[in-house]
Design a protein around this ligand. Structure first.
Ligand code: AMP
Length: 418
C-alpha cells in the first residue's frame, strides 16, 4: 500500500516519526528539520479526515527521564501542524489507549517518548556487570516477551501503520519494525519522507547515471570501511578525504606529523588502493593539506604536501591543490554521493575544503547531475554553507542512509516493503 492510495477518512493511523531533534539547555528546539520533514505525512492524514497517533523517540533515555520528554516539543509540533495536539504521558498506559480510542476525525495525539520503555529497543536495561550467562539469557527472554506485549499495545491504538522515521529505519525496534506485523499489507505503508528517502537511495544504488562519484570524508577509515568496500564495486570515482586521508598518506610512505592516523589500518588502506586499481575505480586522494600547529581555530596554519607534514603539525583540512583536483572530478560526474567533511569544518579556518566540495556538487547538480548528501556531518556542512537547496536530495538519515548504501536491508523498510 502507498500513502497516496490510502484514504484515511475514518481511520486511526499510528505514525512512527523521527522527532529526535536537538534541544538547548532550556529545552528549546535548535533544529526542527526532522519535525518539518514529517509534516506532509501528518497533514495528509488529517486532511483526509483520519486521526493520528504520533510515536517517536527523543535521545537515549535509560528509563523515564524528563530531560527527554516529548512534551518539550509539543507546542512546536502543534504550531507546525496547525491543529491542537493532545499528549499522553505514558505511551502504553490505559489512559493513552483510551485517549487514542476517543480521537475523532482530524484529531492528533502524541505519545510520550517510546524509549522510556526498554521494550521499544528490546534490550534489557540496568543489568549488573557480574550477572551470569543464564541470568543474562533470562533477562533477554523476558524483555523480548515484554516487547511483544508493548508492540501489540501500540498497535491496538490504530487500524493502520505509517512509518515515516527514516532516521531509525536501521533499527529493528518495536515501533519501527515489529509493529508492522500487526497490520495486513493493505494497512501499512511508508510516509512521504520515507518514500523520498527510499527513492533517493534507489537512485544512487540502482539507477546510476555515470560517471558516479562518491566523496567520503570524516574522521576515520575504520568507521567507513564497509561502505568504502561496497562503493568500490559501484562507483567510477572514489574521493577519500577528511581525517582518513592521513592514514592513506602514511600507508603510502608519507610522514603526517600529528595528523589523525589509524596505525592499525595502514594495511587496510593499502588494500583499498589495490582493490580500487583491480576494479578500475579512480581513487582520488588528497595531495595537500591545510596544517595547523595545534587543534584550534586560532592555530598557526600553512599549506603542506600531504606526504611531508612536519612533526608537531597536523592536517585539519585539504589544501588548494586537492580542492581543485576534487572539483574537476565532481564537475564531470552525473551521480554524486557525499558523506563526511574534508576537514574539521566546525572550525571556520578549516571549513574551506568542505565548502568547496559543496560548491562543486551544487554546480554539478545545476548542470544536471543527481546529488545525494547524507550522514549527520555533511548535512550540517551544506546547512552551514547555505547549499542544501542546491543538492538534489539531502537525507535525514545518518546511520540508516549509510547502512542502506552499504547494501544492508533496513528492518524498518523490510517490515513494510517485504
Ligand atoms: P565522521 O563522524 O566520521 O563522519 O567524522 C566527522 C568528523 O570528522 C567531524 O567532526 C570533523 O571535524 C572530523 N574531521 C574531519 N577531518 C578531520 C581531520 N583532518 N582531523 C581531525 N578531525 C577531522
Amino acid at each position: 500500500m502507498t500513502i497516496d492510495q490510502f484514504n484515511f477518512a475514518g481511520h486511526k493511523a499510528f505514525v512512527r516519526v523521527d522527532f529526535n531533534v536537538p534541544l538547548d539547555e532550556h529545552y528549546h528546539i535548535t533544529d526542527d528539520t526532522r519535525i518539518r520533514a514529517a509534516i506532509p505525512t501528518l497533514s495528509r492524514i488529517i486532511k483526509d479526515g483520519g486521526s493520528v497517533i504520533i510515536g517517536s523517540h527523543l535521545g537515549r533515555p535509560k528509563g523515564v527521564d524528563v530531560q527527554f520528554s516529548l512534551r518539550h516539543i509539543l507546542t512546536h509540533v502543534s504550531e507546525l501542524l496547525g491543529v491542537p495536539v493532545q499528549f499522553a504521558d505514558d505511551c502504553v498506559s490505559d489512559e493513552a489507549v483510551s485517549m487514542a480510542g476517543r480521537l475523532r476525525a482530524g484529531e492528533v495525539l502524541m505519545l510520550e517518548n517510546l524509549r522510556f520503555y526498554a521494550e521499544e529497543e528490546g534490550k534489557p536495561r540496568g543489568l549488573k556487570e557480574d550477572v551470569t550467562a543464564e541470568e543474562k539469557a533470562a533477562a533477554k527472554a523476558a524483555i523480548k516477551e515484554a516487547q511483544a506485549l508493548f508492540t501489540r499495545k501500540l498497535a491496538s491504538m490504530a487500524d493502520c501503520y505509517v512509518n515515516d522515521a527514516f532516521g531509525t529505519a536501521h533499527r529493528a525496534h518495536a515501533s519501527t519494525a515489529l509493529i508492522a506485523a500487526q497490520f495486513d499489507r493493505d494497512h501499512k505503508m511508508f510516509g512521504y519522507l520515507m518514500e523520498q528517502e527510499v527513492r533517493a537511495v534507489e537512485k544512487v544504488m540502482h539507477q546510476i547515471e555515470r560517471p558516479f562519484t562518491a566523496i567520503m570524508g570524516g574522521s576515520k577509515v575504520s568507521s567507513k570501511i564497509e561502505i568504502i568496500e561496497n562503493l568500490l564495486g559501484k562507483v567510477d570515482n572514489l574521493i577519500l578525504s577528511g581525517g582518513m586521508g592521513y592514514t592513506f598518506a602514511k600507508a603510502a610512505g608519507g610522514t603526517v606529523g600529528k595528523s589523525l592516523v589509524e596505525d592499525d589500518k595502514l594495511d587496510l588502506a593499502r588494500d583499498i588502493v589495490r582493490k580500487a586499481k583491480e576494479q578500475g575505480v579512480n581513487l582520488v586522494l588528497s595531495v595537500d593539506a591545510k596544517i595547523a600547529d595545534r587543534f584550534d581555530n586560532d592555530a598557526q596554519t600553512r599549506y603542506s604536501d600531504i606526504m611531508t607534514i612536519p612533526d608537531e603539525w597536523e592536517g585539519l583540512d585539504i589544501g588548494p591543490k586537492t580542492m581543485a583536483l576534487f572539483r574537476d572530478v565532481i564537475l564531470q560526474s552525473k551521480t554524486i554521493l557525499w558523506n563526511g567533511p574534508t576537514g574539521v569544518f566546525e572550525m571556520d579556518n578549516f571549513s574551506d575544503g568542505s565548502r568547496a566540495v559543496g560548491e562543486a556538487i551544487a554546480e554539478a547538480t545545476a548542470a544536471g547531475a543527481f546529488s545525494l548528501v547524507g550522514g549527520g556531518d555533511s548535512v550540517a556542512c551544506v546547512n552551514k554553507f547555505g547549499q542544501a537547496e542546491k543538492m538534489s536530495y539531502v537525507s535525514t538519515g545518518g546511520g540508516a542512509l549509510l547502512e542502506a548504501i552499504e547494501g544492508k536491508t533496513l528492518p524498518g523498510i523490510a517490515a513494510i516493503a517485504g
